[in-house]
Ligand binder design. Structure first.
Ligand SMILES: [Zn+2]
Length: 318
């Protein structure tokens, strides 16, 4: 074996936890060496099942161990996973600490629920790469309700690791949050296309809500209305608000995440003290039929179209 220049090679370190003395296969990530049970890796990972079932590389001196002679193009370095020096090198796209997390899933208690967000993301990432079905299912289940996973990160993970079920909740959260709350990291996860889609869709919604809020609907008086002026004043106060009470206009401008149904429900529940009951009913009915309110449905359509397009793109790529 060709000795490597020790000056250029970082010292190999046996992992304090995942170098089992009775392990059967030696793996390497960065300069960390792992000795784990091949049988467990093979059972739980389709990738390792294929990798470790392949005949070992060129065997010239080890014929006495009963290994069949296999002819392969001369490998640069024998990686049979039998010793630290011949450890099988893992994909360099993952870090040793990410590999630690997936090993902790495979070789420790499987389902302990106090893993960090970083650990769960690493398990999702590496389980997707190494085809560890249970690791993928576990991390998806845990991350689906994880409060620390920001919607932009969820959308990114959904696209990278093909979790179709996350597209809708991620977009719905993104639509309901003000753009000003996006962090630099969120923008990085979204990328240019999603960022543009988000900004344009939100701008359309904001413009529409602003128009809706700033055009107070006219009061529809009933035949029996006793005091049109008092009635109109009460409605106006309810719409624009008073010093101690937020009006409908503010509700529309501040809660851009509210759907059409939620807005209509809130309108029906609003307290219009001093307004004739029948006038209130007529006015709300007219408002519900008003084109501006009907347009709230178009907002939902806009959002649904974005979600559908992202879901379709992901499904088509599977
Ligand atoms: Zn009235």
């Amino acid at each position: 074996m060709v000795a490597e220049d020790p000056a250029n090679t970082p010292e190999l370190i046996r992992h304090p936890q995942f170098y089992f003395p009775d392990g059967s296969i030696i793996l390497k990530s960065e300069n960390i060496i792992y000795c784990v049970y091949a049988s467990i890796l093979k059972t739980r990972s389709e990738f390792f099942q294929t990798l470790l079932s392949k005949p070992p590389p060129v065997q010239t001196h080890n014929a006495e161990h009963g290994a069949e002679e296999v002819s392969m193009d001369a490998p640069e370095k024998l990686q049979d996973g039998k010793t630290d020096d011949t450890a099988i090198e893992l994909a360099p796209i993952h870090s040793a600490s990410e590999f630690d997390h997936v090993l902790s899933f495979l070789f420790e208690s499987w389902e302990h629920d106090n893993r960090t967000l970083e650990a769960l993301v690493a398990i999702l990432k590496l389980s997707s790469f190494y085809l560890i079905d249970k690791g993928r299912a576990y991390s998806i289940r845990m991350l689906s309700t994880h409060p620390g996973l920001r919607p932009a990160h969820r959308l990114y993970l959904a696209q990278q690791y093909r979790v179709c079920d996350w597209i809708k909740p991620a977009w719905e959260m993104l639509f309901s949050l003000p753009l000003t709350l996006l962090t630099h990291e969120d923008v990085h996860f979204l990328g240019l296309d999603a960022m543009e889609t988000l900004a344009v869709t939100k701008e359309k919604i904001i413009t529409h809500r602003r128009r809706l809020a700033l055009n107070a609907p006219k009061v529809q008086h009933s035949y029996f209305c006793r005091d049109n002026d008092a009635c109109t004043r009460a409605w106006s106060h309810a719409w624009w608000g008073e010093y101690d009470r937020a009006g409908v206009a503010r509700l529309l401008l501040q809660n851009r995440g509210l759907t059409r149904e939620e807005i209509v429900t809130r309108l029906n529940q609003m307290n219009v003290a001093g307004m004739d009951n029948q006038c209130r009913r007529f006015t709300l009915d007219a408002l519900e039929r008003a084109p501006m309110v009907a347009k709230l449905e178009l907002e939902e359509c806009e959002k649904a179209q974005v979600i559908d397009a992202y879901e379709k793109a992901l499904k088509d790529s599977l």
